[in-house]
Design a binder for this molecule. Sequence first.
Ligand code: GAR
Length: 199
Amino acid sequence: MKNLGILLSGRGSNFEAIARNVAAGKIPAKIALVVSNRENAPGLARARAMGLNTRFIPLQGKDREAYDRDVVAALKEHQVDWVCLAGFMRVLSPYFVRAFPGRILNIHPALLPAFPGLDAQKQALEAGVKFSGCTVHLVDEGVDTGPIVCQAVVPVLDNDTVETLSARILEEEHRIYSEAICLLLENKVRVENRRVALL
Ligand code: GAR
């Protein structure tokens, strides 16, 4: 059974969806640790309430790599095999990425490579696209640039606001993040350069 480490900064609804699927036996893994850079992240409180191991790791003036060394140490201490970023609003250092080569996943609320970075749903609305969605990808040393594992398409409606579009995308995020985790844990994909193919 593989160990998952979840990193989050806020609400933690993607974490909760993953945790539900783990508890239901739909994801063949254990959540070994939930880490947050924000002490008051609601997701961290939920993880605690579920009886999971949690760790608040404060930034405290550390530079990016020093901070990431603390996070990686905590994940290794809990024998984490796969890292899932679930609304973790920090860019990982090369040190972190190299500590879990090909074993870090992220969810992004747009169809990458469109609208990377912050406020992806607002970027999509402002660009006037008719469809947006979400992407689960492996994390490399860039920002939202790694190989794409799963995507889901969501229509953009004429009367959408950032809130309504985000809510519609979020439902799909909850579905495809667990799907992507299962594909990888069960070795059902082959990663070749930027392309992830189903076996
Ligand atoms: C999600 O929409 C996720 O895709 C996004 O933050 C939200 C976290 O929600 N992540 C990013 O924008 C990363 N660039 P949650 O805390 O309820 O899972």
